[in-house]
Design a protein around this ligand. Structure first.
Ligand code: NIG
Ligand code: FE
Length: 410
């Protein structure tokens, strides 16, 4: 099947080569005005200016002055969960902190208790409904973590749900094993015992079923120490899982340095940074993934995006979709919040949510830019006056239609 999109007001992020964007390069967003784009099978076959429209037998779809972007890549989510936690949201409004809620058995442990009592089919249906909505909001590739299991059986159950999502949804999905998300109640007095369980039982079981690409640890005061994080990541690497971790969310926890030393693909969150952590990240190949909606929801200071970018760190942005700290997976909101609250330029935010995010999932040869040969996972917007209008007019759904693998996704 071939499809020719015509009358594209702006074709955004057109590139012939891939490059992880740092510093000033992050603000360079290549745009082709008044363009066409040809899709063949599931791929981008060609694009150009409307005054040189090709002769083709392809079906024509006039986008009527809409803008076309590569679909968002959401490189950090916890999309599989059993139930929402709006009761804790109200507790937070009343004054409890995220850490206090967690210490009282709420938070991640609350989600783990609910998940233990929910069967795989139900979890799948819940997650599939969420994912369907996110694709319609612009997401064209996604990472999904386990981490509400906290037992071998329940972690495997979550990862099997993610495997079913991979089988049944047309977008690229990467799975991350996050057994080290919190200490389950039975290991409250025996943290080392749980670390040993992750290393010697869970990680080999995940690898044996080939259920994950990545391994994650919540490296944070009150959760996993840098030393425990390092040991878990090394066990993951030995089993073929690459590190991608939660770092420096609530405190300057040493998570960035720990992740970089382990060769993590990304260190994610980064609300709590100091100069050493920024410098360490800037001189590494590790991507810093900023999760502004989590900072917003927990009423925390936003990630220091400007300092990170200006220091030369490679940054991506993602939703962190989860029931405790970011109950929204809307990447349009993430882009807006990155501009409004972290002072990222619209061009920077779009690059961070597409090409750099594709790198954070090792999908840079498949998605993340308008490049011949990449998957035709594309977002067609309503007509908008300029690309800055996208983050500016926050709260509005700008997506008119999505193409996934060159097919309409409605
Ligand atoms: O990325 N910080 C750790 N994990 C999640 C929150 C999980 C939860 O509260 O359920 C996060 O913010
Ligand atoms: Fe997270």
């Amino acid at each position: 099947m071939a499809l020719l999109l015509t009358n594209i007001a702006q074709l955004i992020n057109t590139r012939t080569t891939n490059q992880l964007l740092r510093g000033k390069a992050l603000a360079e967003l290549p745009v082709l005005n008044n363009a066409w784009l040809l899709v063949e099978q599931d791929r981008i076959a060609a694009f150009g200016a409307m005054d040189a429209l090709p002769q083709t037998n392809a079906e024509v779809y006039d986008v009527q002055g809409g803008t076309v972007l590569p679909a968002f890549v959401d490189s950090h989510t916890h999309l599989v969960f059993a139930a929402s936690r709006e009761n804790e949201f109200v507790d937070k409004i009343r004054g409890l902190s995220y850490a206090e809620i967690a210490a009282n058995g709420g938070g991640i442990l609350n989600s783990a208790a609910r998940l233990a009592n929910t069967d795989e089919d139900t979890l799948y249906q819940l997650a599939a409904a969420r994912l369907h909505k996110l694709i319609l909001l612009g997401t064209g590739a996604i990472e999904i973590k386990s981490g509400y299991g906290l037992s071998t059986e329940a972690e495997l159950k979550m990862l099997r749900v993610i495997r079913r999502l991979k089988q049944n949804f047309p977008i690229p999905i990467k799975a991350t094993f996050l057994g080290a998300h919190s200490f389950p109640p039975e290991y409250k007095q025996n943290h080392e015992g749980y670390v040993q369980l992750i290393i010697h039982e869970m990680t080999p079981a995940v690898a044996a079923e080939n259920l994950a690409e990545y391994i994650d640890v919540f490296c944070e005061q009150g959760f996993f120490t840098p030393d425990q994080t390092t040991r878990i990541l090394e066990a993951g690497k030995a089993a073929g899982l690459l590190p991608k971790i939660h770092a420096n969310q609530l405190h300057v926890s040493g998570g960035v340095e720990t992740g970089v030393a382990a060769g993590a693909i990304s260190v994610d969150h980064l609300e709590s940074m100091n100069q050493e952590a920024i410098h360490c990240l800037a001189k590494s190949n590790t991507i810093g993934t900023l999760l502004p909606t989590a900072a917003y929801f927990l009423r925390m200071p936003f990630q220091p995006a400007r300092e990170l970018i200006d220091a030369g760190c490679a940054v991506a942005i993602a939703s962190d979709f989860n029931p405790g700290s970011s109950p929204s997976g809307n990447m349009q909101t993430v882009v807006s919040m990155s501009c409004i609250q972290m002072r990222m330029l619209p061009e920077e935010a779009i690059n961070a949510a597409t090409l750099n995010a594709a790198y954070a999932l090792q999908l840079e040869n498949e998605v993340g830019s308008i490049t011949v040969g990449k998957k035709a996972n594309l977002m067609i917007t309503q007509p908008i006056p300029s690309i800055a209008y996208l983050p500016y007019a926050f709260g509005e759904n700008h997506v008119a239609r999505m193409l996934v693998n060159g097919q309409w996704y409605d």
